[in-house]
Design a protein around this ligand. Structure first.
Ligand code: SF4
Length: 393
């Protein structure tokens, strides 16, 4: 029997390995960049390649990583099977590994900056599903299993067994009769994960159980990062956050808070487009596309966006509905301030709006984010100054 037993400590009811095994293989670390062993490796790569937060968010070297991160995020909303397994780079090269590691890192920053735990959970689920698909045929499953599970072993025939406590904790989140205890082979505190041939291999079952633990780890890690983000980072990430939230809203018709961006949070350029259209002014094509994509990003239903155009001189219900639907489908993200200025869609001049005057203001979604943050701060100050029982008078 080849064993991967580790000492266990109790974290609530969850037995986890007391110490995690050493893992130096860079290909494995790039494939599973959420592993606890990957932290040090990613930090080292950042130093070696001089990747700081500015490079990651805006630098040209990290451009492809941001593109890959975007597809990781989009897959987490769009794909039924989680994040696309294949990387866009070759992880047997340093460049490919950089791409995988930092696209994950960037995607985690973006979901964290959304401050939306439902979005974080959804993304964690998709990343864990991706990992499960790869693990199913990866020899690294042994070391990853011993990273996450305190009692797990594999015999020479490739049949795995897992400690009962781990099994009970992990299988509760999985549907299907094979995961129910009365249907399992349990002996001396161990559950044997029998091979079911084409239906479900023993290794496949380990990968499925691991998915539960990886999902929790990825989610908790992102929530921890979220709590540490400062305001300037949250605002800098407004554009990719808007992209992913808009996508979720259009796919699920959920009303999510950036969503929650009431009219008082809208940037002047958006208010200008809406009020000009309401007055029958012919807003130019660039302004119309901007308004449609902004509405999508803040979670307004497509029907509300169509309503914005009702008073336009050339309004036609079916054409506008088609065009707005196209914008929502194609996931357009709104243009930034510089393009809006060039196309005469910016509504302010210097001195007219304090937020628009900020040196970092280069995107209307940042305006909304900053407004929301300020309101939230103000509300918490107000709550703190209201004396207890003040409502009893
Ligand atoms: S500066 Fe940017 S956010 Fe402000 S009104 Fe102009 S385009 Fe909109």
């Amino acid at each position: 029997m080849r064993g991967f037993k580790c000492n266990a400590i109790e974290l609530g009811n969850v037995p986890k390995p007391f110490s995690i095994p050493d893992l130096k293989d860079e290909v494995t670390l790039a494939r599973y960049p959420f592993l606890p062993q990957a932290k040090e490796w990613i930090a080292k790569m950042a130093t070696t390649h001089e990747i700081d937060i500015d490079e990651l968010l805006d630098g040209s070297m990290m451009e492809r990583a941001r593109v890959r991160a975007r597809s990781r995020l989009v897959d987490s909303v769009d794909s039924k099977d989680g994040v696309e397994v294949a990387s866009i780079g070759d992880i047997h090269t340093e460049e490919g590994r950089l791409l995988e590691a930092f696209s994950f890192y960037y995607a985690r920053l973006v979901v964290g900056a959304s401050e939306d735990e439902r979005l974080i959970s959804r993304w964690a689920q998709a990343e864990a599903e991706r990992a499960q698909h790869i693990l199913d045929r990866d020899d690294a499953i042994a070391i990853i299993a011993s990273t996450y599970i305190s009692e797990i072993e594999c015999d020479k025939n490739g049949v795995w067994r897992i400690g009962l406590a781990d099994f009970i904790e992990l299988c509760t989140g999985i549907t299907g009769s094979r995961w129910r205890l009365p249907n399992c082979d349990i002996k001396d505190g161990w559950v044997t994960l029998f091979d079911e041939g084409d239906k479900y291999s023993s290794k496949g079952k380990v990968a499925r159980l691991l998915r539960e633990r990886m999902k929790d780890d990825i989610r908790l890690d992102a929530i921890e990062k979220m709590a540490k983000m400062d305001e300037s980072l949250l605002i800098r990430l407004s554009e990719p956050v808007g992209m992913i939230r808009g996508l979720v809203a259009s796919r699920t018709a959920e009303t999510i808070a950036l969503i929650g961006a009431g009219e008082e949070d809208w940037p002047p350029c958006m208010r200008k487009a809406v009020s000009e259209l309401a007055e029958g002014v012919n807003v130019n094509h660039f302004g119309r596309v901007f308004l449609g994509s902004m509405s999508r990003c803040i979670g307004l239903p497509a029907e509300t966006t169509v309503d914005f155009f009702r008073a336009a001189p050339d309004f036609n219900e079916s054409t506008t509905t088609y065009q707005v639907g196209h914008l929502y489908e194609r996931e357009y993200t709104p243009s930034g301030c510089s393009k809006l200025k060039v196309n005469h869609n910016c509504a302010v001049r210097t001195g007219e709006d304090r937020l628009c005057d900020q040196p970092w203001m280069d995107h209307p979604l940042k305006y909304i984010r900053a407004k929301q943050r300020r309101r939230k701060k103000q509300e918490s100050v107000e709550v703190n100054v209201i004396p207890p029982n003040s409502g009893d008078a």
